[in-house]
Design a protein around this ligand. Structure first.
Ligand code: NAD
Length: 345
């Protein structure tokens, strides 16, 4: 349905949101996208440059915890849908500085959904009708489910009990619970998606894959945690965006959907794959392999061993399927970074 005209998107100057906005603007010519982002260290307006001149794109710098600002935005733009990306997102930072994770991820999510509820539903009946299809889509992570055994067939489903292990995943789990309560208690039209690790263009330097590429290209040691055998289930960012699109439009009210591309890889496999591609694309002068730069460093505290998603519900009920596998997605990703670093045109 194209009835949701003015949609509030949060956190779109970051990695996933900035891939989502151009995709969504192009796909839905009758949507106006209002973007709220605090521009923390993780947000970069350069990521949204391609949208700047689009009249259906509006950027507002501000904090999702600022209730007055959020209320102003709902009223000013008559918001009839929310897709909520904004978060503190880096596990290592959450270990050093958990407070801001609780503030943004928990209090910020509460502020947004509470304002949405009051704007859409806590009103006389005639207004309720107008906003009854307004939907709040919360973007979350598979990390809320904790860690899996080494058995490759052991997967996270939507029924896996929550067992977050890091301050990051605990704050995301808390935010998911708030969303759940607004659906259960007030009947708000919510959906949640829990996605596996993303990779692709525009990801912040601090994350694993950009770090591997950057360190290799600058001929510095490539740090790998512990024994490098931690497993993640990697999804190309545009496949995540397509999953969000499908769930936002067709997901069932109050439901959760897992998103993942069935691409389990150890960190060691990731770094080896990237080095092999770089060896071919940008051979070193002495013809040595980038793999020689791999250096094992002390493991992250509380490092979850394995994540992997069972996306059957999204695939079977809503017809989503990842377009990229890891081998095709990583080539696109490396190409993007080679252009970013001026190595390719
Ligand atoms: P990111 O860190 O790249 O971007 C986060 C954005 O949120 C930044 O632009 C930042 O400025 C903004 N932000 C932070 N605090 C804010 C605040 N208080 N008010 C307004 N804006 C604020 O994150 P990402 O990787 O794009 O992740 C986006 C969402 O997807 C997050 O909710 C994250 O938990 C979730 N997620 C990420 C992954 C992944 O692999 N990156 C996987 C699954 C789910």
């Amino acid at each position: 349905s194209n009835s949701n005209k003015n949609i509030l998107l949060t956190g779109t100057a970051g990695f996933i949101g900035s891939n989502f906005v151009p995709y969504f603007l192009e796909k839905y010519p009758n949507y106006n996208l209002i973007n709220l982002d605090l521009l923390t260290y993780a947000g970069n307006l350069e990521n949204l440059k391609e949208c700047e001149n689009n009249t259906r794109y509006k950027f507002i710098k501000g904090d999702i915890c600022n209730r007055e600002l959020v209320e102003f935005i709902f009223t000013e733009y008559d918001i009839t849908g929310v897709i909520h990306f904004a978060a503190e997102s880096h596990v290592d930072n959450s270990i050093k500085n958990p407070g801001v994770f609780v503030q943004t991820n928990v209090n910020g999510t509460f502020t947004l959904i509470d304002v949405a509820y009051k704007y859409w539903m806590n009103k006389p009946f005639e207004y309720k009708e107008k906003y009854q299809n307004s939907r709040f889509h919360h973007i979350s992570t598979d990390e809320v489910y904790g860690t899996l055994s080494e058995n490759p067939n052991d997967l996270f489903t939507e029924n896996t009990p929550y067992a977050p292990n890091s301050p990051y995943s605990a704050s995301k789990a808390s935010s998911d619970m708030i969303i759940r309560a607004y659906n259960e208690t007030y009947g708000l039209n919510t959906v949640i998606t829990n996605c596996s690790n993303n990779y692709g263009p525009k990801q912040h330097d601090e994350k694993l894959i950009p770090t591997i590429i950057r360190k290799a290209l600058s001929n510095q040691n490539i740090p790998i945690y512990g024994d490098g055998k931690n497993i993640r289930d990697w999804l190309y960012v545009l496949d995540h965006c397509k999953g969000i699109d499908i769930v936002y439009h067709n997901g069932k009210k109050g439901e959760t959907y897992n998103i993942g591309g069935r691409n389990q890889r150890t960190n060691l496999q990731i770094v080896n794959t990237i080095c092999t591609i770089l060896d071919k694309e940008v051979p070193k002068a002495d013809n040595s392999s980038y793999k020689e730069l791999i250096t094992f460093v002390e493991d992250r505290a509380g490092h979850d061993r394995r994540y992997a998603i069972d996306a059957t519900k999204l695939e079977d009920e809503l017809g989503w399927k990842a377009d990229e596998n890891f081998d095709s997605g990583i080539i696109k990703t490396i190409e993007w970074y080679l252009i970013k670093y001026g190595i390719k045109k």
